[in-house]
Design a protein around this ligand. Structure first.
Ligand code: SAH
Ligand code: SF4
Ligand code: F3S
Length: 474
């Protein structure tokens, strides 16, 4: 078999990163190797996101950049996969007629076969899942398949960290959000499959696993009378030797139960880091978003977290300028950001998504400039809080899992072995320090001497005595 080359570009969330990893792995098994040069590739894949207009535009400009290459080399196969492929289907061909292949996130296992069909001259190929109204729930679910082939260690960006999918789809139907349409109904993977996959990862030297789901803490799997939730899944994964850290994203605030918080408290490997997006600090806006909780209920969740996990960090997402958001409603968000003191927040300007309830029923009436101003204002407030809270950590020592050269080191082209490295604490704080590439993949005690809003700066402590590294907070 002659070696072929695949080029892949990925936008979107961690779920997409994992999907790309899985697709590349399955192509490797079919005689492909990865290339970073589109000119050099036999197959060019674009893994897409539809969560905001901008994400879609990004893919179309990438596609624009390879148009000439494809015209000069029509034998190259160009594929669009992921959420935009599912959402727009044939429409993608209209905007980019040189695309050969469209594959939704529930059909990724078919990519090797479909690329082959295109190569054999069978013309354009489309593989998408059923829409949410196109059949019975069972039928729809069956067409949204999770794609988690067993992996070899070379597929992952780092051998000591891995994403592990535990849930696909979403049933929450927040009015602004396209994900339930692109990813289909919520389905929990069978716990045994998840545990087996984690065991393989551990055998390969993986130390940190991040469990993925759109509403990961809503995870449920029924097998006869046996019900597994996230807490019991964490208990099972905690038993696996070699795994030292377990994280999970993204949490749905309403499902943050005391049982889950107590489990996190009792399992030393589980990170007390909770990404639980609030989206807005106004009850009226939350209601228009159909988020399913009130500000009071979110506050109660925060109180439960600090009661059971006093060292936990919480982070959030916000949408500013959602339909009808008044200045007063936005100020309520500002107040809540000040009150909750999130570790960090991702702030997005509302982007109307055709096919969502909000697009159908509520006008996108906040002017772009207002969205921009609110975005900047909220970000500045969050950054100031993050910096203040980070500065409080000066002098403390944390266990840091070293991930690789820092952004600065990469930019400068430092080759090491002595370089500035970056890593994360159990609570997902980023720490940068002068280190050694041989430390990558190790958890080291690092004392903090400076901080900015997004980064802690530290120094490895060589004579560390004290709590074991994995319990070093936070
Ligand atoms: N499942 C996760 C995240 C989904 S998308 C969750 O429920 O939290 C990630 C973030 O994108 C969301 O939290 C939301 O803040 C933002 N987002 C989703 N749809 C959006 C839209 N139409 N416009 C702007 N931001 C959006
Ligand atoms: Fe979208 Fe809401 Fe589901 Fe998150 S919970 S993926 S925001 S519908
Ligand atoms: Fe985007 Fe799909 Fe993820 S729309 S955010 S890639 S689930």
């Amino acid at each position: 078999m002659t070696t072929k080359r695949v080029y892949i570009e990925t936008v979107g969330c961690q779920m997409n990163l994992l999907d790309s990893e899985m697709v590349v792995a399955s192509l490797r098994k079919n005689g492909y190797e990865l290339t970073v040069d589109p000119q050099d590739a036999d197959a060019l894949l674009f893994n897409t996101c539809s969560v905001r207009q901008l994400a879609e535009e990004k893919t179309y400009s990438s596609l624009g950049r390879i148009k000439r290459t494809k015209q000069q080399h029509p034998e190259k196969v160009v594929g669009v996969m992921g959420c935009m492929a599912q959402k727009d289907q044939q429409l993608v061909f209209e905007r980019a007629p040189y695309v050969d292949l469209i594959v939704g996130p529930g059909q990724l296992h078919r990519i090797p076969e479909l690329i082959e069909s295109v190569r054999q001259g069978e013309g354009r190929q489309v593989a998408v899942s059923m829409g949410r109204r196109d059949g019975s729930l069972d039928q729809i679910k069956r067409t949204h398949e999770t794609f988690d082939p067993l992996r070899d260690p070379t597929m992952r960006p780092t051998p000591f960290q891995a994403y592990l999918r535990i849930q696909i789809g979403c049933d929450k139907f927040c009015t602004y959000c396209i994900v339930p349409m692109t990813r289909g109904p919520e389905q929990g993977r069978p716990p045994q499959q998840i545990v087996d996959e984690a065991q393989i990862l551990a055998d390969q030297g993986c130390k940190e696993i991040t469990l993925l789901g759109q509403t990961v803490n809503s995870y449920r799997h029924h097998d006869g009378s046996q019900e597994t939730d996230l807490a019991s899944l964490l208990e099972q994964l905690h038993e696996i030797d070699g795994i030292e850290r377990l994280k999970f994203v993204t949490n749905y605030p309403k499902d943050m139960t005391v049982r889950l918080l107590e489990t996190i408290r009792d399992l030393r490997k589980v990170s007390p880091y909770l990404h639980a997006p609030l989206q807005s600090g106004s009850d009226a806006v939350l209601q228009r978003m159909k988020r399913g909780y009130t500000v009071t209920e979110y506050r109660e969740m925060m109180a439960r977290i600090s009661h059971h996990l006093p060292d936990a960090t919480v982070s959030s997402d916000f949408i500013v300028g959602f339909c009808g958001e008044t200045e007063d409603e936005f100020q309520q968000t500002v107040e809540l950001v000040k009150e909750c003191r999130f570790k960090n927040s991702f702030i997005f300007k509302y982007s109307e998504r055709p096919g969502t309830k909000a697009a159908d029923r509520i006008p996108d009436d906040v002017p772009y400039e207002v969205k921009q101003r609110r975005n900047n204002e909220l970000l500045a407030i969050q950054d100031a809080i993050s910096e203040e809270d980070n500065l409080d950590l000066l002098g403390r020592t944390f266990g840091v899992l070293v991930e690789g050269p820092s952004k600065k080191a990469k930019k400068r082209g430092d080759v090491g072995p002595l370089v500035q490295v970056t890593g994360r604490t159990r609570c997902d704080r980023i720490v940068v320090f002068q280190g050694n590439l041989r430390q990558v993949g190790h958890i080291l005690p690092v004392a903090i001497y400076d901080a900015s809003s997004h980064t802690l700066f530290g120094e490895v402590v060589t004579d560390h005595v004290g709590p074991e590294l994995f319990t070093l907070n936070s």
